[in-house]
Ligand binder design. Structure first.
Ligand SMILES: Nc1nc2c(ncn2[C@@H]2O[C@H](COP(=O)(O)OP(=O)(O)O)[C@@H](O)[C@H]2O)c(=O)[nH]1
Ligand SMILES: [Mg+2]
Length: 193
């Protein structure tokens, strides 16, 4: 957490982790659409005139202004790097510094193996950063609950096996559950404070 006593500003940083196409961008876009404009002001999701090819290398970023808590303005900054290749170094940096992690899980049955591989990769990255997933406030976002072949939540929970992390079901494309994800993570972060 970053805290500036003079500005009375506290900033938490959290990373969205998950396989390509699991719904990270959709989640961030959904939050921007759902939360008051003031809350997510200054996000980096509006690439505007940037060609698509270059936009792939941008780090997606959405600030969520949580509000005034105990005499300080508290912010939660959400990050999601776009490209796997461009991502790893960025990810290591994020993994070292992140106060929290949102693990976005793709509920498609066919994506289970990929979800698990990506979780192993996250664990490895955290070990490289001298950290452990069990010690980082983490929320599991089970996304794409609307797809016809979605695995039952119990099956996903057993496979993911992150007992300490709250599970939130979402449909990012319909903006379902997204604010609950932010709320669950904020609760963990503020408790850890
Ligand atoms: N049916 C369904 N599709 C989704 C959901 N979330 C994301 N998608 C779609 O999955 C694709 C990949 O999503 P995106 O957010 O770009 O994935 P990212 O690679 O993790 O950023 C897009 O076509 C989204 O519209 C969801 O909850 N339900
Ligand atoms: Mg994306």
């Amino acid at each position: 957490m970053f805290y500036s006593p003079s500005k009375k500003l506290a900033i938490f940083r959290a990373a969205l982790w998950g396989t390509t196409q699991c719904g990270k961008t959709e989640t961030l876009k959904g939050l921007i659409g759902q939360l008051p404009r003031e809350v997510t002001r200054g996000n980096w999701l509006d690439y505007g005139g940037i060609p698509e090819r270059d936009a792939e290398f941008f780090l997606e970023y959405v600030p969520v202004r949580l509000g005034h808590i105990k005499d300080a303005d508290v912010m939660l900054e959400l990050f999601a790097p776009h490209l796997d290749q461009a991502g790893l170094e960025v990810w290591l940096e994020l993994a070292s510094g992140a106060d929290g992690i949102i693990i976005v899980v793709d509920s498609h049955t066919s994506r289970l193996a990929r979800n698990l591989a990506s979780l192993r990769q996250l664990r490895q990255l955290l070990v490289t950063a001298n950290r452990s997933l069990e010690r980082v406030p983490t929320v599991c976002q089970f996304n794409k609950r609307d797809v016809p072949d979605a695995l039952p939540c119990e099956v996903l929970e057993r496979a993911i096996d992150l007992r300490t992390a709250p599970v939130i079901e979402t449909v990012a494309t319909r903006r379902m559950g997204l604010v609950d994800v932010v709320r669950a993570l904020s609760k963990l972060l503020l408790r850890a404070l």
